[in-house]
Structures are given as C-alpha cells and as structure tokens.
Design a protein around this ligand. Structure first.
Ligand SMILES: [Cu+2]
Length: 123
C-alpha cells in the first residue's frame, strides 16, 4: 500500500528540472587583489550529481572564521554571472589571513546555503 502511494511522488520529482531538486555544490578559487586583504573569487555552481552548471543563480557571499566565532563582521557581497555557464565572480574584503568559511547564500534557483571552508594566505 505504501509503495503504491510513493511511486507517483517519486516520478513527479524525477520530472523536475535538475536545478530544482538536485543538491548544489560550489567550487571557489580566489586571488588576492594586490597586497590588500581583498580577494577576487570565481565561484562555479554545479549540480552535485549531474555536474551540470547552474545558471541564473542569485548569490550573496558572506564569510566567517570557524576558529573565531563572532569575531568578524565581513560585509556580504553579491556574486555576478561571468557569462560562462555556472560561473560567478565576487570580490570580498576579509579582515585577516587564515581559514575562512564562505557562506554562499542562494535565493535562486531556490533557497540554499553552501558553506565552503578555505585558506586565505598572505600573498
Ligand atoms: Cu580572525
């Protein structure tokens, strides 16, 4: 009985476009801007299973240091599409070098939060 009821729901989910259901993953690479603690970053957003680039996303990126909770107050920035499918760029001003957790907050294609830890070393 339960199996019969579940089957149609599973089919309906499978019919949705990948971006509407699949978990999203982000790859991020950053380069320091001169000798400042500003970084120019490229973010690639993909479906974690399909690897398909996710286009038309609305993304705001914030940052915290996992080792120093509440110590920093980095202004979140909007990421802009570069034109390459699934690729976005943003410039973020960090307050010190070390390990940061980028908080990649999406409002499109759906609400999501991807936390991406990475090291920011002195140039
Ligand atoms: Cu810190």
């Amino acid at each position: 009985m339960i199996r019969i009821l579940l089957a149609p729901a599973t089919l309906a989910l499978a019919a949705l476009p990948a971006a509407a259901q699949e978990r999203m993953g982000a790859e991020v690479t950053c380069q320091p801007v001169g000798k400042s603690k500003q970084y120019d970053c490229l973010l690639t957003l993909k479906g974690m299973l399909s690897g398909q680039p996710i286009q038309g996303a609305a993304i705001v990126v914030g940052a915290d240091m996992p080792a120093m909770p509440m110590a920093h107050n980095v202004k979140p920035v909007k990421a802009e599409a570069t034109g390459k499918p699934g690729e976005y760029r943003f410039r973020i001003a960090l307050e010190m070098h070390g390990e940061w957790a980028l908080k990649i907050r999406l409002s499109k294609p759906r609400q999501d939060l991807i936390v991406h830890k990475m090291m920011f070393k002195a140039p």
